[in-house]
Design a protein around this ligand. Structure first.
Ligand SMILES: Cc1cc2nc3c(=O)[nH]c(=O)nc-3n(C[C@H](O)[C@H](O)[C@H](O)COP(=O)(O)OP(=O)(O)OC[C@H]3O[C@@H](n4cnc5c(N)ncnc54)[C@H](O)[C@@H]3O)c2cc1C
Length: 506
């Protein structure tokens, strides 16, 4: 299954043409361009590659049909359409090795792709060439309750992994809201997080070992199957979050934990954003570590109300979804009550505790689809996922609302506020494109100024590449560039991602 945003229209670039951006590069043009990107491969190089691939793969693994290629030209970002010249659907690690070896021989770029739900344009083949789809490598190889590990192929849908381990009493905590449509390989490549990261952390601490095919086509295994492993540099940690630029992940060994015995969920409403953001900082003072503390501001709430009338109280100007877990209902409820008490002290209007699974779903479901709800609410949306220290959330939001007024664009904010990770969505029409770009640039600068970061989970990909110098000093950017060059001397794997194309000295 491939997730592709229905609002995006693919733009065809002829094979062998030099890469030029499509016209709907929301969020990219004006901030950074494609100068400095390697050129698209020539038609002759593409044809030679196709023939070589035909010699080692089945016909059904190689896609050249223009309509089928369109699906792989976009993802869930607002970056526009970049059609590949070929799509290869790998079925084994050997297939991946073949693809990279052949690509190096013919100088054709390769862009790995899981299920295309990325929001930073990481899976877009900017310079054409091959999209290497891992969607068919989706086996759950092993769940081992004694070692508390799972071994999986990268194309497995994250939600399927979660259900399978829960069936045997174990738990895989990282829960990106896209879990039903994204792949575990994409999660590892992006170091994905989710609501539960507040208590359990993001993807990286759950990755014990990886099988990886390096950009040169060399297959390696890094990490271990054990919880402790300190022999040598942490190459597993380096590959996690490298967004398909340093290697193609073909097998993953994951750490599991015991499944919590009980979960309690509450919807806490506040009259405004300020009251909610104060509560966020104070809950932890009560000695409780909730498993989620999700926040929705009044703009995000309005979008939900328009879609699900009556679901959320009309007097609420902001809300939190508070969830605790523990070995028993008593323990989980005790924690929930203590956290709710703090919220009440901070002026919460109401605390509604879910009484059963159906009520829990009713609380979570609009939050899970909020990204899509906001996409439908405006002609264009740029979605950011900055992080600020928890104590800076109130200041951050005040400054964002001022920006929104100054630039005359709508900004809706929601997210994993318990860990300071906020999804700031700039919503605009064609006439406000430049104002939206200005707003986004200012949001990034404010996040870094408040000692936060430009991305908490979606990654840098293409869309946030221009902002990397805000938080990385030139020597740090240069070091990252040298690292990439060491592993990928020909710039074959996912060129044009993460590092800015201009303004970095070697
Ligand atoms: C509705 C919605 C909600 C979302 N909520 C969250 C959220 O809560 N938290 C969060 O972190 N993200 C979220 N995302 C973003 C996205 O789902 C994640 O980034 C996810 O990890 C991407 O997985 P994918 O399989 O779709 O990867 P893709 O989009 O296909 O690829 C993403 C990146 O990973 C690389 N990649 C993919 N597979 C491999 C591989 N096997 N080897 C090497 N590189 C690879 C690609 O080159 C690309 O750079 C959301 C997206 C949507 C649409």
């Amino acid at each position: 299954m491939q997730a592709s945003d229905p609002k995006k229209t693919a733009t065809h670039l002829p094979q062998g043409s030099s890469a030029s951006p499509s016209t709907d590069l929301n969020g990219l043009d004006g901030l950074d361009g494609l100068d400095g990107l390697r050129p698209r491969p020539s038609a002759a190089a593409v044809e030679a590659t196709r023939r070589a691939l035909n010699g080692v793969l089945k016909d059904t693994q190689i896609v050249t049909d223009a309509d089928a290629l369109e699906v792989y030209a976009t993802d869930w970002s607002s970056a526009g359409a970049f059609p590949p010249d070929l799509v290869v659907k790998a079925e084994s690690t050997s297939d991946v090795v073949h693809v990279l070896q052949i690509a190096n021989t013919h100088g054709v770029p390769v862009t790995p792709r899981g299920l295309g739900t990325g929001k930073a344009g990481g899976a877009l083949p900017l310079a054409g060439g091959i999209v290497l789809s891992l969607e068919r490598m989706s086996r759950l190889i092993e769940i081992n309750p004694a070692d508390m590990v799972a071994v999986v192929e990268p194309g497995l849908i994250t939600g399927d992994l979660m259900s399978a381990v829960e069936d045997v009493g174990l738990f895989y905590p990282p829960d990106p809201n896209s879990f039903a449509i994204c792949s575990i390989g994409g999660n590892v490549a992006c170091n994905a997080g989710g609501p539960r990261a507040l208590k359990y952390g993001v993807t990286r601490p759950y990755v014990l070992g990886l099988q990886v095919v390096l950009p040169t086509g060399e297959r390696i295994e890094v990490g271990a199957r054990t919880l402790k492993h300190v022999a040598g540099y942490d190459l597993t940690g380096l590959i996690v979050g490298s967004e398909g630029t340093l290697g193609v992940i073909t097998e993953i060994t994951l750490r599991l934990v015991p499944k919590p015995g009980a979960v309690e969920t509450a919807l806490v409403t506040f009259k405004d954003t300020h009251a909610a953001s104060l509560a966020i900082t104070r809950v932890f003072g009560a000695g409780v570590l909730p498993r989620t503390l999700e926040f929705l501001d009044h703009h995000a709430l309005s979008a939900i109300r328009a879609k699900t009338p009556g679901r959320f109280p009309e007097n609420a100007g902001a809300l939190l979804i508070l969830e605790t877990d523990g070995p028993s209902h008593e323990r989980a409820f005790e924690d929930l009550s203590r956290a709710a008490e703090v919220c009440s002290d901070q002026g919460a209007l109401d605390v509604l505790v879910a009484q059963d699974e159906m009520q829990r779903t009713r609380i979570w479901e609009p939050r899970r689809v909020l990204s899509m709800t906001l996409t439908e609410s405006a002609p264009h949306k740029i979605s950011e996922d900055i992080v600020v220290p928890r104590s800076a959330i109130a200041t951050f939001l005040e400054r964002v609302y001022a920006l929104s007024t100054d630039n005359d664009v709508r900004v809706a904010t929601y997210g994993h506020a318990g860990d300071g990770n906020l999804h700031v969505n700039v919503l605009f029409d064609d006439a406000h494109k430049q104002a939206a770009d200005r707003t986004v640039a200012a949001i990034m600068a404010i996040a870094v100024e408040l000692r936060g970061t430009i991305s908490g989970e979606h990654g840098v990909g293409l869309l946030k590449r221009a902002f990397m110098p805000l938080e990385h000093a030139p020597p740090v950017l240069a070091l990252q560039r040298r690292l990439k060059k060491t592993l990928d001397p020909q710039d074959i794997l996912n060129p044009g991602k993460i590092l800015p194309l201009r303004g970095v000295t070697e």
